[in-house]
Ligand binder design. Structure first.
Ligand code: GLY
Length: 414
C-alpha cells in the first residue's frame, strides 16, 4: 500500500511515523510535511487541494489520510472519493461541524446534544447587547476556522468587549457567545464509518498557554491518555448522552461521515456537555494516542473507509499511560520568531518519541519554522512516571526560550 498523509504538524508526523511501521505499507508520502519527517515519509511540496488530487492519482495512492481541518472543509475528501481514491476524513458537509461553530451549535441543539447556552451574532451591536445582558465569564468563539486559537474565555466584560470588537473588524464575521462551563475537559475521539462507531481511549489536552490554565488559547500544549476520570456509569453516560445523539444527528442530516469525530467534552457537576466538534484527530492528542495502540494502524483507516469498523478490534497497551509535552517557539501563541536553532539529541530513553511540528532544515541541523515546534511523547506504567519521562526528554532538547507548560497531566495527579 502507498499512503499519502496530508498536513505538516506533529499530528501528521505521528500518523506518518506509525503508518510507516506497518508491514503492509510500502511507502508513505506526506504533503507538505516538515523537515523532521524525512525518516518516515517522502515529502511532496503540495498543499492546494487540486494539486493533492492530481498527486494522489499520479502516484497511485491507495489511501489518503487528511490530518487538518482546512483541506476537509475545502472538500478534499469529496474530490478524492470522486476519483475513486480511498480517504480517511469527512466530506465538506461533515467538515462544516468544525468550519462553522454556529452551525455546530445549531446541530447540537437540533439533535438534543447537551451543550452550553449560546447565541450567534453577525453584528457587533447585538453581540454587545447580549454581553451586557448575560455578563461574564463568557466564552467568545470565532465561528470560523482559527487553528484552535479562535476561542477566548473572558472573565471581565472589558475583555469580552475587546475580543468582540477585534473579531467584528473582519468582513462577514460570525461570533458565538457561549456560557462558560466548569469541569474537567476531555478529548473524546470517535471513529465512524457512517454505520459503526468506536470510541478511542479518552485523552486530556491543555489548551491555554500558561500553567494552571491561564493565558491565551493555543493549539494545545500537551496531552495525556488514557484519562481515568470516568467510571463505567459515566462512560455509559458519555456514550448515551453525547456520542449517540451526535451519530444519530449525522444520520438524520444525511451526512455520510467516514473519519474521526473529535468531541471536546466538558464533564460538569451535572454531567457531560459538548463544547465543540472537530472533524479530525486532535493535536497533540494524536501523538499521545497512537503510541498506545498495540498493533498496526493501517487496518483502522481501511476499516473506516470500507465501513467494516465493527470488525476492527484495537488492542491498547495495558498498564501504560502516555504523556505528550509541546515545545513552542518563544512568543507563541503570539508573534514568534522563526529560524532559531533546535538541537535534538539522537539518544533517547525507550518508549519516547519526538514528533516535529514546526521545523525546517538549515545546514546540518533543524531550525524553528512554526509556533508549535516539537511534541515529545513518553509511555510509562503510570501517569506520574510518563509525565516525568516526557519532561526528561524535553530537557535534553536545546531550544532557547522555548514555551513549555510544566504542569501537563497535573489536573489528574494527586
Ligand atoms: N488539541 C486540540 C485540537 O487539536 O484542536
Amino acid at each position: 500500500m502507498k499512503v499519502l498523509v496530508v498536513g505538516s504538524g506533529g499530528r501528521e508526523h505521528a500518523l506518518a511515523h506509525f503508518l510507516a511501521q506497518d508491514v503492509h505499507v510500502r511507502e508513505v508520502l506526506v504533503a507538505p510535511g516538515n523537515a523532521g519527517m524525512a525518516n518516515d515519509a517522502r515529502r511532496v511540496p503540495y498543499d492546494d487541494p487540486r494539486d493533492l488530487v492530481t498527486l494522489a492519482a499520479s502516484e497511485r495512492i491507495d489511501l489518503t489520510v487528511i490530518g487538518p481541518e482546512a483541506p476537509l472543509a475545502a472538500g478534499l475528501a469529496d474530490e478524492l472519493r470522486a476519483q475513486g481514491i480511498a480517504v480517511f476524513g469527512p466530506g465538506r458537509d461533515g467538515a462544516r461541524l468544525e468550519s462553522s461553530k454556529a452551525y455546530a451549535k445549531d446541530f447540537m441543539q437540533r439533535h438534543g446534544v447537551p451543550t452550553a447556552r449560546y447565541a450567534t451574532f453577525t453584528n457587533l451591536a447585538a453581540a454587545l447587547d447580549y454581553l451586557r445582558e448575560v455578563g461574564t465569564p463568557i466564552v467568545v468563539k470565532d465561528s470560523y476556522l482559527a487553528a484552535g486559537k479562535g476561542v477566548t474565555i473572558a472573565h471581565a466584560p472589558e475583555e469580552a468587549e475587546r475580543v468582540l470588537r477585534e473579531l467584528f473588524q473582519r468582513e462577514n464575521a460570525e461570533v458565538v457567545l457561549e456560557a462558560f462551563l466548569e469541569g474537567q475537559e476531555l478529548s473524546v475521539h470517535v471513529l465512524t464509518d457512517g454505520v459503526h462507531a468506536l470510541t478511542l481511549p479518552l485523552a486530556q489536552d491543555h489548551k491555554q498557554v500558561g500553567e494552571g490554565d491561564v493565558g491565551p488559547m493555543t493549539g494545545g500544549m500537551g496531552a495525556v491518555a488514557p484519562v481515568p476520570l470516568l467510571n463505567e456509569r459515566d462512560q455509559a453516560r458519555l456514550e448515551d448522552e453525547i456520542i449517540a445523539p451526535v451519530l444519530r444527528g449525522l444520520a438524520a442530516d444525511e451526512i455520510d461521515y467516514r473519519g474521526v469525530l473529535f468531541l471536546g467534552v466538558m464533564w460538569t457537576a451535572e454531567g457531560p456537555q459538548l463544547l465543540e466538534i472537530n472533524v479530525r484527530f486532535g493535536d497533540p492528542e494524536t501523538q499521545t494516542l497512537l503510541p498506545l495502540l498495540d498493533g498496526c494502524l493501517l487496518p483502522m483507516f481501511e476499516a473506516v473507509e470500507h465501513r467494516t469498523l465493527d470488525a476492527w478490534h484495537p488492542v491498547w497497551k495495558s498498564g501504560t499511560v502516555a504523556a505528550t509535552v509541546v515545545l513552542a517557539a518563544p512568543g507563541y501563541p503570539g508573534a514568534y520568531e522563526k529560524g532559531l536553532p533546535v538541537r535534538i539529541p539522537d539518544a533517547r530513553e525507550s518508549d519516547t518519541w519526538v514528533f516535529h511540528a514546526g521545523t525546517s532544515r538549515h545546514d546540518d541541523g533543524f531550525v524553528t519554522s512554526g509556533g508549535r515546534v516539537l511534541a515529545v511523547t513518553a509511555l510509562d506504567g503510570d501517569l506520574a512516571r510518563a509525565v516525568a519521562k516526557a519532561y526528561r526528554e524535553v530537557d535534553r532538547i536545546d531550544l532557547p526560550g522555548a514555551v513549555v507548560r510544566r504542569d501537563i497531566g497535573g489536573r489528574l495527579l494527586p
